[in-house]
Design a binder for this molecule. Structure first.
Ligand code: GLN
Length: 199
C-alpha cells in the first residue's frame, strides 16, 4: 500500500490519518524533512494556513516540501491546505508563505463570517456516485485558475475543488464526513504515481 503522510504541524491531522487508512493507504504524521522523504504522497490538512506556514518554516520542511511538490510528489490540501498549495493568495497575512504547486489564486475566508460553517452537496469530477457532502469551515474559494488547472467542483459559481497534475485541493473537508471517496481518489493518484516512477 502507498505510504501517505499528513503534515502534522497544526490542524485536523488525526481525521486525515483515519480517512487515509480507511482508503487503504498507510498513513503517518510528517513534521520533519526526514519523515517527508519517506512518504509517497502528502496531505496538508485544514486548520489555520498562516500558522501552518510559519511552523513549516520553523520545522525546516517548507523548502523540502516545495522541492518534492516540484518533483511531482502527489499532494492533497483541504481548506488551509488548499491555501498552502496556491501559487498565489489574494490576501496573505504578514509572514504567510505557500508551498505552491497549483496555478490558482485563492481568497482566504471567502465564504464570509456570517456563514462561517455550512454544508453543501457537491458534484466532484473524479468521484463517481452520489454528490459529496462538502463541509465548509471559514473556507477559501479559488478566485481564478491558470490554463493547466482543472476545476473539479464549484459551489454557487465559486471554484471549490481543483487539480493540477499530481496536486489536488478542496475548499471543504472530506476528512470530517466519514465518506472516504475523495481520499480514495487521492490514494489512486499516489498509486498511479508510484507505478509510473517504478517503470
Ligand atoms: N480560514 C482558515 C485559513 O485561512 C482555513 C480554515 C480551515 O482550514 N477550516 O487558514
Amino acid at each position: 500500500a502507498p505510504v501517505i503522510g499528513v503534515l502534522a504541524l497544526q490542524g485536523d491531522v488525526r481525521e486525515h490519518l483515519i480517512a487515509l487508512a480507511a482508503a487503504d493507504a498507510v498513513a503517518r504524521p510528517v513534521r520533519r524533512p526526514e519523515e517527508l522523504a519517506e512518504v509517497d504522497g502528502l496531505v496538508i490538512p485544514g486548520g489555520e494556513s498562516t500558522t501552518i506556514s510559519k511552523l513549516a518554516v520553523l520545522f525546516g520542511v517548507m523548502e523540502p516540501l516545495r522541492a518534492r511538490v516540484r518533483d511531482g510528489m502527489p499532494v492533497y490540501g483541504t481548506c488551509a491546505g488548499m491555501i498552502m498549495l496556491a501559487d498565489k493568495i489574494l490576501d496573505p497575512r504578514s509572514g504567510q508563505e505557500t508551498v505552491g504547486g497549483i496555478d490558482m489564486i485563492v481568497r482566504r475566508n471567502a465564504f464570509g463570517r456570517q456563514n462561517e460553517s455550512f454544508e453543501a452537496a457537491l458534484d466532484v469530477d473524479g468521484v463517481p456516485g452520489e454528490p459529496v457532502e462538502g463541509v465548509f469551515i471559514r473556507a477559501p474559494w479559488v478566485e481564478s485558475v491558470g490554463a493547466g488547472t482543472e476545476v473539479l467542483a464549484e459551489h454557487e459559481g465559486h471554484i471549490v475543488a481543483v487539480r493540477q497534475g499530481n496536486a489536488l485541493a478542496t475548499s471543504f473537508h472530506p476528512e470530517l464526513t466519514g465518506d472516504h471517496r475523495v481520499h480514495a481518489l487521492f490514494v489512486d493518484m499516489v498509486r498511479a504515481n508510484r507505478a509510473a516512477e517504478s517503470l
